[in-house]
Design a protein around this ligand. Structure first.
Ligand SMILES: [Fe+2]
Length: 267
């Protein structure tokens, strides 16, 4: 699969995403997800022991474990995730020596992050042809790039038809790497959402709400997306879902407000 600027632009214009090669064996990704679930069994204090930011300006800068309980929600749904960045090895070398489960998880996450870093570099190098300067807005030698690998786990006591509410991501671009079940829909607005067929060793690349900080154009649009439950028999029943996603942000950018990233939610 050859990446060309023409192909990427055409697909982003037509369907708001493009499929790119992601040559990591599915087994390796599943092993990293298993290590993530093992990490989730650790005591809360251990899970929260990694906590720093690679960018104080935007919401996606936080590295480490985060939990969001469905506050005030009668179903008490839980969403928890871990943002991986290789700076963890630099910042927490002593902790990693002591905690086998954490070390195993981050060591399995690293090659996936590295592949994502390479894939994003390939994409933006190709796009550089038409958008000069795009690469250095994300990648600078000797400086951490703001690329976070998110391992995400959702638990519903009673799941609905919509597993992820429709939204734009907050960064500049997103790479969807793997998920436990199909159901991701991408479009430009609520009316144009379409199911995406996600195959092994491929990733789904879409622009996010802040993409103009990298690609200065009105021609392309960010991917409005949600996740729906495709097995109707599961609706109303307990349900769990995991996903592995990468968020990338340009240097020195402030994230848009939630009002902007979720603007059509509820319509
Ligand atoms: Fe998203």
């Amino acid at each position: 699969m050859l990446l060309t600027s023409k192909k990427i632009k055409k697909e982003l214009k037509e369907k708001n995403y493009t499929i790119v090669p992601f040559p990591i064996n599915e087994k390796k990704i599943l092993e990293s997800v298993q290590a993530f679930f093992k990490f989730l069994e650790e005591p809360t204090a251990t899970k929260k022991s990694i906590n720093f930011t690679i960018s104080p300006n935007h919401r996606r800068g936080a590295v480490g474990y985060k939990i969001r309980d469905g506050q005030g929600d009668i179903y008490d749904d839980k969403k928890e995730f871990f943002h991986f960045h290789p700076a963890i090895f630099r910042e927490y070398s002593d902790l990693l020596k002591k905690n086998d489960i954490l070390r195993d998880f981050v060591l399995k996450a690293l090659p996936i992050w590295e592949e994502a870093h390479q894939t994003l570099q390939n994409i933006f190098k190709v796009l550089e042809e038409e958008f000069p300067g795009a690469v250095k807005k994300i990648f600078k030698p000797g400086k951490d790039s703001h690329i976070l690998l998110r391992f995400l786990n959702y638990n519903w006591k009673s799941s609905g038809e919509c597993l992820a509410k429709p939204h734009f991501d907050a960064g500049s671009a997103t790479l969807a790497i793997a998920e436990s079940c199909p159901g991701l829909r991408i479009g430009s607005c609520p009316e144009s959402l379409k199911f995406v067929d996600h195959k092994k060793e491929e990733a789904i690349f879409m622009l996010s709400s802040n993409y103009k900080n990298v690609l200065d154009t009105e021609e392309l649009l960010p991917g409005w997306h949600d996740v729906v439950q495709m097995n109707k028999a599961c609706i109303g029943k307990p349900y769990a879902r995991w996903a592995v996603v990468v968020f990338v942000e340009a240097y020195g950018v402030k994230a848009l407000s939630r009002r902007e990233t979720h603007k059509w939610y509820g319509v």
